[in-house]
Ligand binder design. Structure first.
Ligand code: GLC
Length: 578
């Protein structure tokens, strides 16, 4: 969620090369021996060349007709995920929860909420996923629990309770007001007075999500034990939620006030004393030790929107990159600058890119221009999957799912949409049910009332319809994922930016260090066709042409001259050069 507010405040086909009727699109993805050889040779841990797919479990597949997605629903769709070309799924929280923040308010870290199924269902999911070479990554929420967690119930029961110090309790100020001016990310004061003991507790998010006290060693132990519980069940790692919020200034300095007001009507502030305190890194190091004790190279993905990728990369393998996610306009110079910076990060950390998730309006709406949206969806796919990174997709982006916000305040599910309406409509829009087919509820649920309505676009943008159309967004994603898997240069190769002065077209080479095989990627981020020149001699490319592997809109199979290279509006070209 970290950057949604920032975004709101700030702004508030390809096809393969057709050769006289023979489309690569129609050929099954090659199980190239190149891929297998590279896999065998590679010393890299799996997460360096994996594609990760986020599933919002409430919205993926409902197996029991209650209108809410569940674990058995996910299991039933593993073949789809496998055929798409996904290596790992990250599932948003499924722990027992009063669901104030739809699972990010956890009341038991070592169980499954009955709404989603049982631990046995979870184990079944992991083993079925394993059969398909798909790893399962848990969401882990260390910053806060639910106020219904037994730890918090004990903690609030008296000032002398042994668990009192598991949370952040403080007296109000002399005026009988909250201890200081800290604000919740979800609006208003971050302090809530608890009348039972007449002290305030700190909550960075909703009032029902009290922050844990990470300076207390017992808290750390309990949380690390919870991680071990899931590692023992075979999970492949964790996406660590809101990790930069773990610590607050013990001296309770007021945060600096900034000009203007936020969507909740509060003065803007810099979260200087509640965000990214140095101790966060110590905790990440400890978590990494916990995780490293288990076989299979479990991964840690961090949710942190700080421009400190280099710092984070020392402690977690995959720091989610919010800078790339939130460029929010198709700008070749902006993407180039960030890609260059991140690629050169001082510690050589693996970039981890994404454009959409359960907290961000979908990329369709943030990058589409209203005219070329299908084409732009393919362009964004290429930007995600052809750059040097571990890509993270969000369910339904491969279909062109769009953000569908609630029309009326009374329809809103996400509490921030209720607090901030109408400026902040909450995150329901990006959490609507997966669009499987054109039937009622898009094949998501047999219920009369799915927890969120199915968007009208589901009649056209759905798995069944798109699977039958070789020019669909889904078909493009599948081909691109297969290409990435089969071409070591594209998957693991170096990233070499090209034509760095070009303000419209983002181009780069991906080059395998060993054999030197190179792939040219050309992304026209403008609404006009462009003709450009490439001189790749400095990169050891001697030939004067590129052989298309995948392009959108589709083009013929003939090679393209590098000194007169035409790319249509929002066009994508991926081709080999040598
Ligand atoms: C993270 C989650 C978001 C949640 C918040 C509080 O930002 O991604 O969905 O509301 O943490 O747990």
């Amino acid at each position: 969620m970290l950057n949604r507010a920032k975004f709101l405040f700030a702004t508030l086909s390809l096809v393969l090369w057709l050769d006289a009727g023979t489309s690569l699109a129609q050929q099954p993805p090659q199980q190239s021996s190149k891929h297998e050889q590279a896999q065998q040779k590679s010393q890299d841990p799996w997460w360096k060349h994996a594609v990760i797919y986020e599933i919002y479990p409430r919205s993926f597949q409902d197996s029991n007709g209650d209108g809410v997605g569940d674990i058995n629903g996910i299991t039933s769709r593993l073949d789809y995920i496998h055929d798409l070309g996904i290596d790992a799924i990250w599932i948003s929280p499924m722990y027992p929860s009063p669901l104030i923040d739809f699972g990010y308010d956890i009341s038991d870290y070592t169980a499954i909420d009955p709404l989603y199924g049982t631990l046995a269902d979870f184990d079944h999911l992991v083993s079925e996923a394993k059969k398909r070479n798909i790893r399962v990554i848990m969401d882990f929420v260390p910053n806060h629990t639910s106020d219904q967690h037994p730890w918090f119930k004990e903690s609030r029961s008296s000032r002398s309770n042994p668990k009192r110090d598991w949370y952040i309790w403080r007296d109000g100020n002399a005026m009988g007001q909250p201890p200081n001016n800290w604000q919740s990310w979800f609006g208003h004061s971050a302090w809530k007075l608890d009348p039972a003991t007449n002290q305030y507790y700190y909550h960075h998010f909703y009032t029902e999500q009290p922050d844990l006290n990470w300076r207390n060693p017992q808290v750390r132990k309990a949380m690390y034990d919870a991680m071990r519980f899931w590692l023992k069940r075979g999970v492949a790692g964790f996406r660590i939620d809101a990790v930069s919020r773990l610590f607050e200034d013990p001296n309770l300095h007021d945060d600096p006030i900034l000009p203007g007001k936020n969507a909740y009507g509060d003065p803007n502030i810099a979260h200087k004393y509640t965000d990214n305190l140095p101790e966060v890194h110590e905790v990440l190091r400890e978590m990494r030790k916990v995780v490293n004790a288990y076989p299979g190279n479990p991964v840690m993905i961090s949710e942190a929107d700080e421009p400190n990728i280099a710092e984070l990369a020392k402690k977690v393998q995959l720091p989610m990159d919010f800078q790339i996610a939130d460029v929010n306009k198709l700008s070749a110079p902006d993407f180039r600058r960030l890609l260059n910076e991140i690629d050169r990060n001082a510690v050589g950390g693996q970039p981890h890119y994404f454009f959409s998730n359960h907290d961000q309006p979908r990329q369709w709406d943030r990058y589409g221009d209203g005219v070329h949206n299908d084409q732009i969806a393919k362009l964004m796919a290429a930007l995600l999957l052809a750059t040097r990174a571990t890509p993270l997709m969000y369910y339904g982006e491969e279909l062109g799912m769009r953000t569908t916000e609630p029309a009326r305040k009374e329809d809103v599910q996400d509490p921030i949409g209720k607090i901030g309406w109408p400026e902040e409509k909450g995150r329901d829009g990006e959490r609507t049910p997966m669009q499987w087919d054109a039937s009622r509820n898009a094949g998501f649920s047999a219920s009369q009332h799915p927890w969120l309505p199915v968007p009208p676009s589901a009649s056209i943008y759905n798995v069944v319809a798109e699977a039958q159309n070789p020019k669909s967004i889904l078909a493009f994603y599948k081909r691109l994922l297969a290409l990435r898997r089969n071409e070591p240069a594209l998957r693991d190769g170096r990233y070499l930016p090209l034509n760095q002065e070009d303000t419209n077209v983002l181009s780069f080479l991906r080059k395998e260090p060993g054999r030197g095989e190179a792939i040219l990627v050309v992304l026209n981020m403008s609404a006009e066709p462009r003709t450009i020149k490439f001189d790749l001699s400095a990169h050891g490319v001697k030939g004067g042409s590129a052989n298309p592997l995948l392009a959108a809109p589709e083009i013929g199979a003939e090679s393209t001259q590098l000194n007169h290279f035409s790319v249509p509006a929002f066009g994508v070209f991926i081709g080999s050069v040598d």
